[in-house]
Design a protein around this ligand. Structure first.
Ligand SMILES: [Ca+2]
Ligand SMILES: [Ca+2]
Length: 471
């Protein structure tokens, strides 16, 4: 935010007289002016013209047209315009950020007053796509930048320019998030109980029927094995044949695969649950009681397993299943999956609209509530290359700085499910993709350049959504 902005001014009201008046001699009777301005709109996206009007500023001794004003667009203490009697101005912000705009008004006796306002400038909307159904699935990026996600009963594939590539109709809602393998094949579950494998052109490769509806997102092992939870935890080879299934691992959780091939799933419901570890052959290695379930684990660089629980706790476990630390959130059940920053910080959202940032040792770094506060759900966060945290919250896709300050937000429809799985991703060129609950899929330009370099920067770990930590 401290970079210099390419300013583009458009003077709405031309100055009738721009000559500088000599300062009035020191006069004990002079009083300072009063600074006031309005901004329209008070939030918007980059390159949108913001109209700023300081005409409500006043002074006891001088007329309005005698008062001179100047602006600091980025609140860095350095004035970006000269003192001028023009009170109305249009400004365009070129980078998404939360700006502190400062205005100074100065009277003819050289007494001054300043005032400031926050202006939220969001990422620029590149395009939005009218989806065929409700968007509860998080996008995966495949070859050539193709975007895959579930919408209603469809599996959708969009081109990077926002045009439809293909739709594939299943017999149930697709809440599961697609995963893309090294060959560009797409794997995704449906409430119709099938795990679908599609080629990149949208033709069915195979489908495998599980014993129940699938809300879990599949994970892809290093050897191409697909793991997904339904009535059981299933291990399916890349030709669609069952390798094994284990009833202990059934549920809604999306499996996380460690670098050694261990598979972690979180089972259970609102009041009881366990984090379970399976070896690649399907044997259970250990279990850890979390007294609540339904969320998906993330894995850190050193193999630590992070999971939030419906009992308000965030747990960090050692790879052998022993507790490293636990952190109790004050405000709510954990409905989302953690994401990890490049310094090892852990970010997780709660059902009461908050994002917790924890230090690697489990202490609180900060807590973000935002202006929508209690009652707004959050998605799993995605961490950009610059540390910015992106997540769905309430009505918006929100961007929060690494220090926990709101940078911008953009309306994409009101999130209505406490376990919404619609979490954003960030492309190498900084485009954020997310499905909105308003029936559109969005592409917004951010200042990030891809995801941060960490073990698990987003829901399902990487742009392909493999759910597998790399060694
Ligand atoms: Ca005065
Ligand atoms: Ca400035």
């Amino acid at each position: 935010m401290n970079c210099y902005i390419a300013l583009s001014f458009c003077l709405i009201v031309s100055s009738a007289c721009s000559k500088l008046r000599p300062s009035r001699p020191e006069n004990d009777d002079n009083t300072p002016p009063s600074a006031f301005f309005t901004v329209t709109p008070d939030s918007g996206s980059v390159l949108v013209p913001y109209f700023l009007n300081a005409s409500s500023s006043s002074d006891a001794e001088d007329e309005l047209d005698e008062l001179r004003i100047r602006w600091d667009w980025d609140g860095n203490g350095s004035w970006d315009t000269p003192l001028d009697t023009v009170k109305q101005i249009t400004h365009r912000f070129t980078e998404a950020a939360l700006y502190t705009v400062i205005m100074e008004v100065r009277d003819t006796g050289d007494l001054a007053d300043t005032t400031q306002q926050m202006v939220s400038v969001s990422g620029n909307l590149l395009w939005k796509f009218d989806t065929p159904g409700m968007n509860m699935s998080s996008p995966a990026i495949g070859v050539n930048g193709t975007i895959y996600f579930g919408s209603g009963r469809y599996i959708c594939a969009l081109n990077p320019d926002g045009t439809l590539r293909w739709n594939y109709l299943t017999e149930g809602s697709v809440y599961s998030s697609p995963a893309v393998d090294d060959n560009g094949r797409i794997f995704v579950g449906s409430e119709d109980s099938y795990l679908y494998a599609l080629d990149s052109d949208g033709t069915l490769f195979w489908k495998y029927q599980t014993g129940s509806q699938i809300e879990s997102s599949p994970a892809i092992g290093a050897d191409g094995t697909i793991y997904v939870c339904s009535d059981q935890l299933y291990s399916i080879d890349n030709t669609g044949s069952l390798k094994w299934s284990n009833p202990e691992g059934g549920g809604y959780s999306s499996p996380a695969i460690d670098a050694d091939g261990s598979i972690y799933v979180h089972t259970g419901g609102m009041s009881s649950g366990e984090l379970l570890a399976f070896s690649p052959d399907g044997a259970m290695k250990w279990s850890f009681s979390t007294n609540g379930g339904m969320t998906s684990p993330a894995i850190g660089t050193d193999g630590a397993i992070y999971v939030g629980s419906s009992n308000y706790y965030i747990y960090a476990l050692e790879p052998d299943g022993t507790l490293r630390w636990e952190f109790k959130t004050a405000t709510g059940m954990l409905s989302t999956s953690p994401a990890i920053g490049n310094d090892g910080s852990i970010y997780v959202g709660t059902v009461y609209g908050r994002i917790y940032a924890l230090n690697p040792n489990g202490s609180l770094k900060w807590r973000f509530s935002g202006k929508t506060g209690v009652g707004a759900y959050t998605s799993s966060p995605a961490i950009g290359s610059d540390g910015t945290i992106y997540f769905y919250k309430g009505h918006h896709i929100s961007a929060v700085s690494v220090d926990g300050e709101l940078l911008w937000e953009y309306p994409i429809g009101h999130m209505i499910f406490w376990a919404n799985r619609c979490s954003p991703t960030v492309t190498e060129s900084g485009v954020i993709y997310i499905g909105g609950m308003d029936g559109f899929f969005y592409a917004l330009q951010s200042n990030s350049s891809g995801l941060t370099q960490s073990a698990w920067p987003k829901f399902r770990c990487n742009p392909q959504n493999t759910g597998r930590r790399l060694p």
